[in-house]
Design a protein around this ligand. Structure first.
Ligand code: BTN
Length: 246
């Protein structure tokens, strides 16, 4: 699957570049990747800032995805990151296996290693992915980077990582389009969920209020969290939005 890649040393945000590029020049067939060494206005979810020092991966993929299945893109992208991280983890380090924290955060060893931000406006979607490869942002509590978790001396090659990431991402996109269903990858996503069968709290997006409490029973077919009531195990509610914590 073809992709044209643009590399920047320092820009505001790869999300902005993708947005402008989309307005000016997109063709039917080609996908684009915008990769930056550093961002000075990195965007996170819920209007948060994504701190973007040198050494990590900051990429936005601009892809044509003309489908009603757009709702599955955040989790499809997150599982693609997980599959890419898997390539770097030796068999004996199973305890640091990356997992997906609902809705679309990637955690390793209980700390955040990567985040995904999808902008779905028309048939072209921007998938922004930040992965801490060689640097743990000190400003972010409970974060980590791949190099640290692997206890290795050499830096992870960012270009190689992005290449592998595109292979996994485009494969998963193709699977979903071909079957015209999220089910094409849903089992893989379900297998990697964090907090499965554990007691969790659902907070609002600012993490100020607890909205609900229950046992996390995995994803329904739309990627919503299924929360089992603490009083009645037969009562299961689908949660669409919020942030999950222990
Ligand atoms: C999150 O808050 O978890 C999502 C973070 C997404 C960060 C990536 S880095 C590449 C792309 N450019 C941005 O400004 N944000 C996304």
């Amino acid at each position: 699957n073809q992709i044209e890649c643009f590399h920047f040393n320092l820009i505001d945000s790869t999300m902005n570049i993708a947005k402008y590029w989309k307005k000016i020049y997109v063709t039917e067939k080609i996908n684009y990747a915008f990769l930056a060494d550093q961002q000075f206005k990195g965007q996170g979810e819920n209007n948060n800032i994504w701190i973007s020092p040198k050494g990590n991966c900051y990429v936005t993929f601009l892809v044509k995805f003309d489908s009603l299945l757009c709702y599955c893109l955040p989790q499809l992208s997150a599982i693609s990151v997980i599959e890419t991280l898997d390539l770097y983890i030796p068999q004996e380090k199973k305890q640091i296996q990356p997992v997906l924290k609902w809705i679309n955060d990637i955690f390793m060893n209980e700390k955040k290693i990567s985040g995904v931000l999808c902008k779905i406006e028309d048939q072209h979607v921007s998938i922004g992915i930040g992965v801490n490869l060689n640097h743990t942002p000190a400003e972010i509590a409970e974060s980590t980077c791949l190099k640290n978790e692997l206890c290795q001396q050499d830096d992870i090659n960012i270009f190689e990582f992005v290449q592998n990431l595109w292979i996994n991402l485009s494969n998963n996109l193709q699977k979903v389009v071909k079957q015209n269903s999220f089910h094409a990858i849903l089992d893989t996503v379900r297998e990697r969920m964090m907090y499965l069968n554990q007691k969790v709290k659902i907070y609002d997006l600012t993490l100020t209020n607890v909205l609900q409490e229950g046992i996390f029973k995995g994803l329904n077919e739309y990627g919503n969290a299924q929360l089992q009531s603490l009083n009645d195990p037969k009562e299961i509610e689908a949660i669409y939005e919020g942030r999950m914590r222990h």
